[in-house]
Design a protein around this ligand. Structure first.
Ligand code: SF4
Length: 385
């Protein structure tokens, strides 16, 4: 584990995540997430162990169905690791999972899909009750692409940070009122500057709440590591952050590079090897791609992300944001803010311009279609004749 003792940290609450301690004076914990299908118990157990062996203090698994949950419980019995479950819409699965896992992440923006007539506050009360009975911790995981629509409505459309912070604050307040304080908060965006702004804003108002830092869909290394480093340097040097994840688009057998990258960033910050960063990548294309997880429905996604990156090299004089996402759970929402977005389904790739759908294309046709759209976009901006 990286030594972060030299960094003056916010005096956050200490919480136990299985055998790991997080917050307060404890070293900043590096964590990671599996990308193997959760129901493939053998492969996922192997990946959990590889990440834990690389130094991940917490390993996260995506759970979207009862079968995923049952597999995750089985995996917990086979590995020596602190397992966190990533829940999206299926919040009720927390009841089944809580007794077996070290932590559960719920997303405030995804509590609205199931049982729409039940107020979100009641859902959080139930999740907290199950977590307390199961002696498991929680994370309020707010994500730029899936912010609570009720919060979004309350802020100007160009302000993406305020609804994220407000959502995290209201969920923190509710958990406190319930008396459940074993929770962390994360506020993630694919833009490191927005990650810094959101986390600084939240930490100013709730300095005692442990923060999980991450730049979502940071993309392929080395760019993804650089984006993440930019955000972490600015936050950790200010005492903000108790656990980190570097989200990188990597093949399954290289997932442990996320942990090594996280440890290296922490070591560098602790040793003063930081860069002074004012702006991130103001020139040239910005490719964002999700780190992939078990929700990926076609393994060609990682290769596609690499091909998009290569393709974008031909447009190095143009400011373009292209997002490449691995699945239908977060892909449609998280591509909205990109100039062009791709999200992968089992046998085709959906292409978007901003929030507008441009259709679905087979994997072997998507790059040509993307190229046409990049050129249309540049032409419409008047930068090429
Ligand atoms: S976009 Fe989908 S596949 Fe990619 S990390 Fe997010 S949930 Fe997983």
């Amino acid at each position: 584990m990286s030594d972060s003792k030299r960094i003056q940290r916010n005096k956050t609450r200490v919480i136990d995540i299985g055998t790991a301690r997080l917050g307060g004076e404890n070293p900043i914990l590096v964590q990671s997430m599996c990308a193997t299908p959760t129901q493939n118990i053998a492969d996922t157990s192997r990946q959990v162990q590889a990440l834990a062996d690389a130094g991940a203090g917490i390993v996260r698994l995506a759970v979207d169905s009862r079968k995923d949950a049952e597999a995750a419980i089985e995996i917990c019995q086979q590995v020596d690791a602190n397992i966190c479950i990533d829940l999206q819409e299926n919040w009720r699965l927390a009841q089944l999972l809580a007794p077996s896992v070290a932590k559960i992440r719920y997303n405030p923006g995804h509590l609205h899909h199931h049982e729409k007539s039940v107020p979100w506050q009641d859902k959080v009360r139930r999740i907290a009750q199950w977590a307390a009975e199961g002696n498991t911790a929680l994370r309020i995981g707010v994500n730029c692409g899936s912010v609570d629509p009720a919060q979004k409505k309350m802020w100007p459309p160009e302000d993406s940070v305020s609804p994220m912070v407000a959502s995290a604050l209201e969920h923190s307040t509710l958990l406190d009122e319930i008396g459940f304080i074993h929770y962390t908060v994360s506020l993630k965006d694919s833009d490191p500057a927005l990650v810094v702004e959101a986390n600084r804003n939240f930490a100013l108002q709730r300095p005692e709440v442990p923060l999980h830092l991450g730049v979502t869909e940071a993309g392929l290394p080395p760019d993804g590591v650089i984006k993440t480093r930019i955000a972490f340097e600015q936050l950790i040097s200010r005492g903000i952050g108790d656990t980190i994840r570097v989200s990188l688009t990597l093949p399954n057998d290289e997932k442990n590079k996320e942990v090594f990258a996280g440890q290296e960033i922490l070591d560098d910050i602790a040793s003063g090897r930081v860069r002074s960063v004012v702006h991130y990548q103001t020139d040239g294309p910005n490719i964002i791609s999700c780190p992939s997880c078990s929700r990926v429905e076609n393994g060609a996604f990682v290769e596609l992300a690499q091909q998009v990156k290569e393709l974008s090299g031909a447009y190095c004089d143009h400011q373009l944001t292209i997002a490449v996402m691995g699945c239908r759970v977060n892909g449609p929402g998280e591509t909205d803010d990109a100039d062009l977005g791709l999200w992968c389904a089992p046998s085709f790739v959906n292409l978007k311009r901003g929030s507008e759908s441009l259709g679905s294309f087979p994997y072997d046709e998507i790059l040509e279609k993307l190229k046409q759209e990049i050129e249309n976009l540049i032409r419409n901006r008047g930068t090429v004749s």
